[in-house]
Design a protein around this ligand. Structure first.
Ligand SMILES: C[S@@+](CC[C@H](N)C(=O)[O-])C[C@H]1O[C@@H](n2cnc3c(N)ncnc32)[C@H](O)[C@@H]1O
Length: 302
């Protein structure tokens, strides 16, 4: 993820050229479109006028998919954007990039199953809560995992049973990432029957009350309280991340962290880097695996 400052401050053509390079490996469609955008002043003027963080390419690209727009640059694309700009701008201004990746459950589930059962799960930055239901996915083998309670917290919760929210989540998957799209659609279908509850709350300010609630709820149910977060702390400043970790540690809950290798201060440099993009999976501050950021593989350390 590019720092918030870059989205707000980078010259807009440079931002789209940089993003093309990010997209190229898995989505040449978005890579090509972003390069075309970067060379199209008429469109850049509109995108540059968006406020601060709303200049991030993922929001514009997500809006195009949400509205079933064309995926290839050129005069037709420009005409389509002109005709649909009000709807595009509305989506950009009201939505956020909050990709929910159920693939992460494949690496989270074994760690959750290794704890004393049953467990009560509490996720920070849960989006639509698709990582809160690993035991409900028929494609995961989780016989040892007994979840008696699940609950998320998010600055902008999504509802897996809302067609609009589900469509937005699907729109955030890049064209060409077919396996992710299929996994997300399948997970949304499972979640829609009984959407995991996700409360509105902002980290770090709303964390103390959420932790207190987690501890009390788990005690009432005779369950192990587990607080976890994946691909969430990167959105916080370093002091905010450190405050979140200190609060979790002081609360006495079990803590599962799944973040980029430099995101959690105390986990930096603890897992050897083999050059592949990876996340670090940790239990109570001890690294347990180096994993693909979307959960496709794991090198278990213990
Ligand atoms: C990339 S998504 C990850 C969602 C989910 N954990 C997963 O792994 O699929 C990050 C989520 O964190 C939420 N988030 C970002 N900053 C936050 C904050 N300060 N407080 C609460 N939620 C936040 C976003 O709204 C978003 O839903």
């Amino acid at each position: 993820m590019k720092g918030a400052h870059a989205y707000a401050a980078m010259p807009i053509d440079e931002l789209y050229r940089w993003f093309a390079g990010e997209a190229d490996p898995t989505s040449p469609t978005w890579g090509d479109l972003c390069r075309w955008v970067a060379d199209t002043p008429a469109l850049l003027a509109r995108l540059d006028a968006l406020p601060g963080l709303k200049r991030q390419p993922n929001l514009f690209l997500g809006a195009i998919r949400y509205l079933d727009g064309p995926l290839v640059g050129g005069p037709e694309f420009l005409a389509w954007v002109d005709a649909h700009w009000d709807a595009i701008e509305h989506l950009i201004l009201t939505r956020f990039t909050q990709t929910n990746e159920p693939g992460r459950c494949a690496v989270l589930a074994p760690v959750l199953a290794s704890l004393p059962q049953p467990v009560a799960l509490f996720e920070l930055g849960a989006s639509a809560g698709l990582c809160l239901i690993p035991d409900r996915y028929p494609w995961l083998d989780t016989p040892c995992l007994d979840v008696v309670h699940r609950e998320g917290l998010d600055a902008h919760p999504l509802d897996a049973s809302s067609p609009e929210d589900a469509r937005w989540l699907r729109s955030l998957v890049w064209p060409g990432e077919d396996a992710r799209e299929a996994r997300l659609s399948a997970a949304l279908a499972v979640a829609a029957d009984d959407p995991p509850p996700v409360a509105t709350g902002r980290l770090p300010d709303d964390l103390p009350a959420f932790l207190e609630h987690a501890v009390a709820t788990a005690a009432r149910l005779g369950a192990t309280p587990v607080v976890f977060h994946s691909a969430t702390l990167a959105y916080l400043s370093r002091p905010e991340r450190d405050a979140v970790v200190a609060r979790i540690r002081a609360s006495g809950v079990r803590w599962v962290s799944f973040e980029g290798p430099t995101v959690v201060t105390e986990l930096r440099g603890r897992v050897p880097d083999d050059g592949r993009p990876h996340f670090v999976l940790a239990l109570d501050g001890e690294p347990v695996a180096r994993c693909s950021p979307h959960g496709a593989w794991a090198d278990w350390l213990r």
